[in-house]
Design a protein around this ligand. Structure first.
Ligand code: HEC
Length: 142
């Protein structure tokens, strides 16, 4: 086998392997994983505030807005557990999304006062859902 062919073969097999790995990962987006990602993004917002790093705040707000969805199976379980409260749960999620939009705009206009206000509203948004739904949903997802 020529060295070039070898390189092509090796890179093909690596490519195949890594696409399999991501497929497996995609099947395992639990709600907890989504939440843990949100926590990291929120911590980075705090870091951006402390360091006056508007680019970091902007990047983190965008990540909050584009957070991955949990797997379909997980979402089905949640729908079942929440029943008629699904609308209220969704509304809590919307609060976090809209505060993340405010945060993004504030960071883009480099307005630290607006950033800290949106940051506070964001945290309140997290707590607003947790206080009402965290235990119930957590139990249902176990
Ligand atoms: C719409 C409801 C809702 C909103 C909004 C929400 N959470 Fe959660 N969060 C939950 C639920 C439900 C759980 C429990 C999940 C479980 O135990 O499987 C949870 C759990 C968590 C956990 C614990 C994960 C673990 O490993 O046990 C963290 C961290 C977290 N949320 C962070 C956040 C942050 C940060 C925000 C705001 C940016 C946020 N959440 C907004 C519903 C929400």
């Amino acid at each position: 086998m020529t060295p070039l062919k070898k390189v092509i073969l090796v890179s093909l097999s690596i490519g195949l392997f890594s696409s399999q790995v991501t497929a497996v990962e995609k099947q395992q987006i639990t709600f907890k994983k989504v939440m843990q990602g949100l926590l990291v993004d929120t911590q980075n917002v705090t870091k951006g505030i402390v360091l006056t790093d508007f680019a970091l705040i902007e990047k983190s707000a965008k990540k909050i807005l584009k957070h991955p969805k949990p797997d379909l199976a997980v979402r089905m379980k949640m729908v079942k557990a929440l029943g008629s409260d699904m609308g209220k749960f969704k509304a809590k999620d919307d609060v976090v999304h809209s505060t993340a939009v405010s945060l993004l705009k504030a960071a883009q206009s480099k307005n630290m006062k607006a950033v800290t206000q949106a940051h506070q509203a964001l945290i309140n948004g997290c707590l607003g859902c947790h206080s009402q739904f965290k235990d119930k949903v957590s139990a249902a997802l176990k």
